[in-house]
Ligand binder design. Structure first.
Ligand code: FES
Length: 322
């Protein structure tokens, strides 16, 4: 099921993805994972114990979304769809096969290498570029912005005046990076240190040897899930993954959703799900309700970040009204 956030208009660019031999019409700009969730195809792989797994973290960390994409095991949450792709559920029980993949070797030696293009990495790259350094910014996602400033995929036209503040702030930071003439490498994963001054990355058919003079690691954070019975079942996903489905691809992660855990992102995502047409059956928050004794801390928070407080009130109102 698709939704459309204010300021976004889907382009009519479709392609065909073959999933276990079945043809699926998908939207160009989606990742394979987003296209599968939209189609209600939740199983990506089957473990050696015969347990099905699906998209969980949505940010390249858990590897539960690995499928065979044109014969190569890839994380589908990081893999953009291409017309004619063949995708298969990966069964871990099958005998491992050696893969021979031809990669072009590229050597890069920037003055400053920034790994990670979320808010921290973008700000660091922009500042270094503005100071005159030759900067290379590397991120494994197809779009800059990271988890917090995740941007709409290339499947959408964007009305800059109608999108929400979070999209806009991210775009302003990305534009700053572009103005600072930072070289950007998207869809490339830094996977090893080959020595004290050499990092290895892979992406888009290239094997990169990166030899920077200075290194900034801005790899961000990922959610810590609490194991519960059934937590590995396909359809159970981290809040960040659910939000990526909606904000980047305008795909609803489900029609009836339970949001559980701790932190403000859960309330934001629950409100976004509600606005997008899903039924949020409950938001279960592990933190205690704020007591009157916390009033001074609340006042300090309101003074320091009034926008965040306003956002929080709006999310809560949306949920109460639903
Ligand atoms: S690595 Fe793709 S869902 Fe976790």
């Amino acid at each position: 099921m698709r939704s459309t956030a204010p300021g976004l208009r889907a382009r009519d660019e479709a392609a065909t993805l073959h999933v276990d031999g079945r043809a699926l019409a998908v939207r160009i700009g989606d990742t394979v994972a987003a296209a599968l969730v939209d189609a209600g195809e939740l199983v990506c792989r089957v473990t050696r114990l015969g347990e099905p797994r699906g998209i969980f973290c949505g940010m390249g960390v858990c590897h539960d979304c690995v499928m065979l994409v044109d014969g190569v095991p890839l994380r589908t949450c990081m893999t953009p769809v291409r017309g004619g792709m063949h995708v298969e559920v990966e069964a871990d029980a099958r005998s491992p096969q050696a893969l021979e993949v031809q990669l072009d070797r590229v050597e890069l030696a920037p003055q400053v290498l920034v790994i990670g293009a979320g808010p921290g990495g973008l700000a660091a790259a922009a500042a270094a570029g503005e100071a005159g350094a030759e900067v290379l910014l590397v991120d494994e996602r197809p779009k800059l912005g990271g988890q917090y400033f995740k941007q709409p995929s290339d499947g959408f036209d964007v009305d800059e005046h109608a999108i929400d503040r979070q999209y806009r702030q991210g775009r302003e930071l990305i534009e700053r990076v572009e103005r600072a003439c930072v070289t950007v490498l998207k869809g490339a994963q830094v996977w090893a240190a080959a020595g004290p001054r050499e990092l290895l990355a892979i992406g888009d058919g290239h094997a990169y040897a990166l030899r920077p003079q200075r290194l900034v690691l801005a790899t961000g954070a990922y959610e810590r899930a609490v194991p519960l019975p059934g937590w590995t079942l396909p359809g159970f996903m981290a809040t960040g993954a659910a939000q990526t489905m909606m904000r980047a691809y305008q795909v609803l992660p489900g029609r009836r959703v339970l949001v559980s855990g701790n932190g403000p992102l859960n309330i934001q995502v629950a409100a976004e799900l509600t606005r997008a047409g899903a039924t949020v059956v409950a938001v279960c928050e592990t933190a205690r309700a704020t007591s009157p004794a916390r009033a001074p801390a609340l006042a300090a928070m309101a003074a320091a970040a009034p926008d965040l407080l306003r956002d929080g009130i709006a999310y809560t109102r949306t949920l109460h009204a639903a």
